[in-house]
Design a protein. Structure first.
Length: 222
């Protein structure tokens, strides 16, 4: 059974490659989610859980998956400010549907549900602005101490790969972001994209093959 807000909530292990400014952006996104909006939900509980318990469970969900949602949003839209806004809206949407999602998840992890919300919001952002990001990443992703030569080489290679990813069809790009940026398994990706596991496996395989072809045609960035 699909989660409550997986239909289109936008209209209705933590991984991140960002640090430095990226961490500051995550902190900014943290401040942006107004958990006081939970007061509006106090009278609506149908599960028998107390307001305090629901708040505590949602806060734990927020802490656990904030970085994943922000990372997905950033790779998806390519801009820190937009990623912060998308992260904020994702958790606000998630809270509105939190109780129902808990009931219908039957104990399954809620990360794919959160990413599905972010996915729908990002799609709306593209439709509203009729544009796509020109560059999906910037220098803040270079986080570990390295020599100048290694940093320059790493930036060139990463920029080359991500430029190739940006040329893929939307569904293939989404699958690769979830698989390699968020380290989601096929089952999670399938739930996030609303596909079967078999179809998701094929999608990822084809995305990797297409990306390899794009990178070969583009040549070596060095």
């Amino acid at each position: 059974m699909a989660y409550a807000s997986e239909e289109d909530p936008a209209s209705g292990s933590d991984e991140s490659s960002s640090s430095g400014e990226g961490d500051a952006s995550v902190d900014s996104a943290t401040q942006g989610v107004d958990l006081t909006a939970q007061q509006d939900q106090a009278a609506g509980s149908k599960t028998g859980k107390s307001k305090a318990k629901l708040d505590a469970e949602f806060s734990e969900l927020y802490r656990t998956h904030l970085r994943d949602v922000y990372s997905y949003a950033y790779y998806r839209v390519g801009d820190h400010h937009d990623a912060e806004d998308l992260t904020e809206q994702t958790f606000l949407q998630a809270y509105r549907h939190f109780e129902r999602a808990q009931r219908e998840s039957r104990g399954r992890p809620l990360r794919p549900w959160l990413i599905r919300i972010a996915h729908n919001l990002a799609a709306n952002l593209y439709r509203d602005r009729s544009r796509k990001p020109s560059s999906p990443i910037d220098d803040t992703t270079i986080s570990t101490p390295r020599t100048t030569e290694e940093i320059v080489e790493g930036r060139e290679e990463l920029a080359h790969v991500l430029d190739g990813v940006s040329k893929l069809p939307d569904d293939r790009r989404e699958a690769l972001i979830m698989r390699f940026a968020l380290d989601m398994d096929n089952r999670e990706i399938a739930r996030a994209l609303g596909r079967s596991e078999g179809a998701t496996k094929v999608l990822i395989h084809r995305a990797i093959r297409q990306l390899e072809d794009v990178l070969r045609e583009g040549g070596n960035p060095r």
